[in-house]
Design a protein around this ligand. Structure first.
Ligand code: ADP
Ligand code: TZD
Ligand code: MG
Length: 577
């Protein structure tokens, strides 16, 4: 207990004192939280200093949104809430996007924000950075709490931690008004008021009847498929998931951040036969994946004949069932418990899926891989996406430990398809919203939380959302190599505005040299104009572990509008007149 001062009680007896600052720090430490991501300022500047002095790692960012994204992905990687710390009103709002993102993606995160004085805020008397933050946060997160008394800090933190990690994980807001930090109380009473959260995310065991129902549906399948989502990666039940796939012999399709849970090169991986398996499967078992837009809502052309398949869904959130289509066998519980229960009840001789289904999947996959292979070997300059990604694919193959961060449109969709992942939780990307801006925050947290080298593959537009954090990467000397796929703009750099002198809305300054940005902060900048040059530069960066930014010159005409999701773009019928 870090008591701060002596004082005297009512009877005039000397006593050790503590305060709000110390109680928050002690509560975080007591619960195993080691890192805070944030931006300092009133009223939390001293809090950051004290937290650092108390042995917490406090990573100071250039913008709260990036600190928030860092906290959100720290939550995904560690199964503990990632903590983001912001100042009132504008700082809070900057962090809020990331809190909503964490909630949408089911990542545990706590946004702790200082706030202005309640009395003044509630009477709207114009306090410094006045805002009713709790009310604004509420609809955007899983739970929101405010602590007004130092003696309640322990309980407040405990509630926030439980809300973030139990059940379906998500974002939690914790409002700490400025006055709270300075509140003083008896140090012993303070220590006793803290709560060490026991079993923050209790196992949720599925009902035996649900397990039996799922196995009955699975057993009747002629063309079964398993879909592994980022919930399965988050659950860290890697061995059980692998055992389920291998024991059942069922082909699996990884969602973007589910890649690597089993290697993409596994004989049962159907990643390269995606359209075929989605269209033709008759039974689909979803493990930690929602039937949202990323899976075309479980219906329509992608899924073949209407009502041609049965779904089994494993998820911790009961309300997820039947969200888009009927779920024939819901299995509600945590993935570790559910998958283990399925394995336990499969018996010794589970029948392999019909051989013709496996043959269909394998031959489609081999055909698609063979079609792609020559395109990945081109050494064109300027590069196209395939040539550049062919080079990076080899690097990730040779360094399976490295963490890949990826955002952009073409840069995202093509990298997802081309770069095989070997290990779980190594691919971090735009997630459920397809949001741009996660790049540098994710890269920083990935390096800090795992100690592994990070390769961030960024569209030039995507990078711009968090680019200033290259200074943060240099300041903390993180082993991050950023590769910018510079095609002079959003989707393509070739758009022309025919109506006036302004540039088209999707294009940037031609021939920009992003590599020079990092040099301003002492990092290494390299301009790469061919796949060979790119490969050499990335290998050098990954070997040295030094902050590096590579400007990869991509043909501005190589991409397509909206990457692989151009179909979601509304089109005006009047446009072609
Ligand atoms: P993807 O985008 O990869 O398809 P989603 O984010 O749509 O994945 O789905 C993840 C799902 O995983 C969510 O419905 C969430 O409730 C669920 N989930 C997260 N953690 C667990 C867990 N430990 N056990 C069971 N389900 C989980
Ligand atoms: N703002 C936010 C926060 N998220 C978004 N997804 C967008 C805007 C819209 N958007 C996309 O969906 S992709 C993209 C934007 C602006 C950038 C694509 O350009 P890029 O990638 O340079 O990153 P490519 O390789 O040129 O396609
Ligand atoms: Mg671009």
């Amino acid at each position: 207990m870090s008591a701060t001062a002596q004082g005297s009680d009512a009877a005039g007896k000397e006593q050790e004192l503590t305060d709000g600052f110390h109680l928050v720090i002690d509560a975080l430490k007591l619960n195993g939280i080691k890192t805070i991501y944030g931006v300092p300022g009133i009223p939390i500047t001293d809090f950051g200093r004290m937290a650092q002095a108390a042995g917490l790692r406090v990573i100071s960012f250039r913008h709260e949104q990036n600190a928030g994204y860092a906290a959100s992905i720290a939550g995904f990687l560690t199964k503990k809430p990632g903590v983001c710390l912001t100042v009132s009103a504008p700082g809070f709002l900057n962090g809020l996007t990331a809190l909503a993102h964490a909630t949408t993606n089911c990542f545990p995160m706590i946004l702790i924000s200082g706030s202005s004085e309640r009395e003044i805020v509630d009477l709207q008397q114009g306090d410094y950075e006045e805002m009713d933050q709790l009310a604004i946060a509420k609809p955007l997160c899983k739970a929101a709490f405010r602590v007004l008394h130092a003696a309640d800090i322990g309980i407040g933190l405990a509630r926030a931690i439980r809300a973030a990690v139990s059940g379906r994980p998500g974002g939690v807001y914790l409002d700490l008004p400025a006055k709270l930090f300075g509140q003083v109380m008896n140090a012993d009473a303070g220590a006793r008021s803290l709560v060490k959260v026991i079993d923050a995310a209790p196992a949720q065991i599925p009902a035996p009847i649900a397990v039996k129902r799922a196995l009955d549906v699975l057993k009747g399948a002629k063309r079964p498929l398993i879909i592994l989502g980022k919930g399965a990666a988050y659950a860290q039940a890697d061995d059980a998931v692998r055992a389920l796939v291998e024991k059942s012999g069922i082909p699996f399709l990884p969602m973007s951040m589910g890649k690597g849970l089993l290697p993409d090169t596994h004989p049962l991986c159907a990643g390269a036969a995606r359209s075929t398996v989605l269209k033709d499967a008759d039974v689909v078992m979803l493990i930690g994946a929602r039937l949202n837009w990323l899976l075309s809502h479980g219906k329509g052309k992608t899924w073949g004949e209407p009502h041609s398949k049965k779904f089994i869904q494993i998820d911790i959130e009961p309300k997820e069932m039947d969200s888009n289509v009927e779920i024939a066998a819901p299995v509600v519980g945590d993935i570790g418990s559910c998958v283990s229960a399925l394995l336990d009840n499969m018996g010794g001789n589970w029948p392999a899926p019909p051989a013709d289904w496996i043959r269909t999947v394998t031959s489609k996959r081999e055909e698609n891989v063979a079609k792609m292979a020559p395109r990945l070997m081109n050494n064109n300059s300027p590069m196209d996406y395939h040539g550049a990604l062919g080079a990076l694919r080899t690097i990730i193959k040779e360094r399976p430990d490295a963490i890949l961060v990826n955002e952009g449109a073409n840069t995202l969709d093509l990298a997802r398809g081309i770069i095989d992942m070997q290990q779980p939780r190594k691919r971090l990307d735009v997630g459920t919203w397809g949001v741009m801006g996660i790049g540098m925050g994710y890269a920083i947290a990935a390096a800090i939380e795992t100690g592994k080298p990070v390769l961030a593959i960024e569209g030039d537009s995507a990078f711009g959302f968090s680019g200033m954090e290259v200074e943060t990467i240099c300041r903390y000397r993180l082993p991050v190599c950023v590769v910018i796929f510079n095609n002079d703009g959003i989707y393509r750099g070739t758009d022309v505005n025919k109506a006036g002198a302004d540039p088209a809305t999707t294009v940037f300054v031609k021939g920009s040299r992003y590599d020079k940005m990092i040099e301003a902060f002492g990092g290494i900048g390299i301009n790469a104009t061919s796949p060979d040059e790119l490969k050499r530069a990335v290998n050098q960066a990954m070997d040295s572990g030094k902050p590096t930014l590579i400007n990869a010159v991509i043909d501005p005409a190589a991409g397509s509008e909206s990457g692989r999701i151009g179909n979601l773009n509304p089109q005006s019928v009047l446009k072609k007149k």
